[in-house]
Design a protein around this ligand. Structure first.
Ligand code: NCD
Length: 311
């Protein structure tokens, strides 16, 4: 693996397989009564979160702790960033304390990459603006691999607010790298600018319509409508969005009986995903994604920070 994890471009299929193998071992640890492994004893990891987060931050924290690292959480609210300190000064200040790894979430696309040039410890991108969220794509593809086996030739539909989604951008790359085919579905207003060129170059499909895509999908990934990143009206009403692009109870009938439904969370129930879909026992893998998140992040921390030692 590379020294940092800033983008899915940093991991090819072979590196993903290695991360998944270690994650599977870590997954077993999750089921034990005593969950600690000594792999990162004596190491310190800082979670530097300049944007809100529930699962990403807590799963990085749990992952670090289960590997026996000391984990410190810093968020912009409550840190000197809210007093006007620059990003560079904040980062240099915390790394001067002697940390071994930084996990960064920031609203600006490219922030993690920029930070990696200021420090000499591994940096993990936990979401940078509308750019990438590589550990999310790794945990999503790990979840799918456990459910479907090899993703070679599998068809995955990614549906929703693609314009604002770093989860979409990282997942397309990860899925294609693993041999899956991808159809990106969104209303025209939520299709990223220039997607046609990217789709042609990378080799994935796009569609403004959901219904024709679902019957051939081996998995469907629903993405959140990111109202906090929207400045104007991207669709007329919430109801209209749901009618066109929500995974409603009626649309579940277009999916196979055990076709996995993914959502990275947080979910807008009733908007992009119905309760019937989110809670479908045979199909929803939303909570599998959350538990895979801890295992995959343990694996990533281990590969980046533990050096040659075995767990
Ligand atoms: C995603 C994120 O923050 O990019 N959530 C997550 O990490 N679980 C997706 C989202 O906010 O909709």
């Amino acid at each position: 693996m590379t020294r940092h994890l800033l983008s899915i471009d940093d991991v090819d299929a072979a590196a993903m397989a290695e991360i998944f193998d270690t994650a599977a071992e870590m997954h077993d640890v999750q089921r034990r009564a005593v969950k600690k492994l000594p792999a990162l004893r004596g190491r310190t990891v800082i979670n530097l979160f300049f944007e809100d987060s529930t699962r990403t931050r807590s799963s990085f924290e749990i992952a670090g702790k289960w590997l026996s690292a000391d984990v410190i959480n810093l968020s912009a609210k409550g840190s000197s960033a809210s007093k006007g300190e620059s990003l560079r000064d904040t980062v240099l200040t915390v790394t001067a304390m002697g940390v071994d790894g930084l996990v960064v979430r920031h609203g600006a696309s490219g922030a993690a990459h920029q930070i990696s040039q200021w420090v000499d410890v591994p940096v993990i991108n936990a979401g940078d603006g509308m750019h990438e969220h590589p550990t999310q794509a790794l945990l999503d593809t790990y979840t799918l691999t456990r459910r479907l086996g090899s993703l070679e030739g599998k068809h995955v539909a990614i549906v929703g607010d693609l314009t604002h989604s770093r989860v979409f951008r990282s997942n397309v790359k990860a899925l294609l790298e693993l041999g899956a085919s991808v159809t990106a579905v969104a209303p025209p207003t939520l299709m990223p600018a220039g997607i046609d060129d990217w789709a042609k170059a990378a080799g994935f499909a796009t569609s403004y319509e959901l219904d024709p895509v679902l019957p051939s999908a081996d998995a469907v990934m629903m993405l959140r409508v990111q109202r906090e990143r929207m400045s104007g009206g991207y669709f007329p009403t919430a109801r209209e969005y749901t009618v066109g692009y929500g995974l409603t109870r009626e649309r579940l009938g277009l999916l196979g009986a055990d076709t996995p439904i993914l959502h990275p969370g947080p979910m807008n129930r009733g908007l992009e995903i119905s309760a019937d879909a989110a809670d479908s026992v045979d199909r929803s893998v939303v909570l599998d994604q959350v538990s895979a998140g801890v295992a995959v992040r343990m694996s990533v921390l281990y590969h980046l920070l533990a050096g040659e030692e075995t767990p």
